[in-house]
Design a protein around this ligand. Sequence first.
Ligand SMILES: [Zn+2]
Length: 143
Amino acid sequence: MNEQSADGPRRIAPVPDETSEPFWRGGADGELRIQRCNDCGYFLHPPGRRCPECGGRAFTFSAVAGTGQVYSFAVNHQQWHPAYPTPYVIASVELPEQAGLRIVTNLVDCELDAVHIGLAVRVVFERLGEWHIPLFTPEVAAP
Ligand SMILES: [Zn+2]
C-alpha cells in the first residue's frame, strides 16, 4: 500500500543553517551529499561543526552513492500533522560509505509489508521550494 507519491502530501520545509544547507541542496543535482572532514575523511551526519574523529573543523560535502540498507524502522499510524497522512515509514538508513553512517528518513513508494531490516534502498529526492528532501525507496531487483 503506497500512501505517498510524488504529488502526495506537502512536507514541512527544513530550516537549514550554514552548516546543513549543502545537505538540503544536493538533490538539485541528483546527489546525496554528506559532510566529510577535510583532515581525516570521516563522514559526519547530521552535519556538525567539529569532526568527532580528529577534531577537525573544515568540511566538504561529498556525494555518496545514494544506496543504503534499512538499519531500523517504524511504521507510524498516528497522524501528528495534517500534511502527513498515515501510515508512513520512518527509517534509519545506513549508508555503505562508513560503518554507522545513518540517515533518518521516510521510505516512499514501498509496500509496508515489504519493509524489513536490511532492505536495500536508494535515495530519491522530493523538491520543496529551494530544498530537496532525501527520501529512500526500495532498490528494484535486477530481473
Ligand atoms: Zn576528521
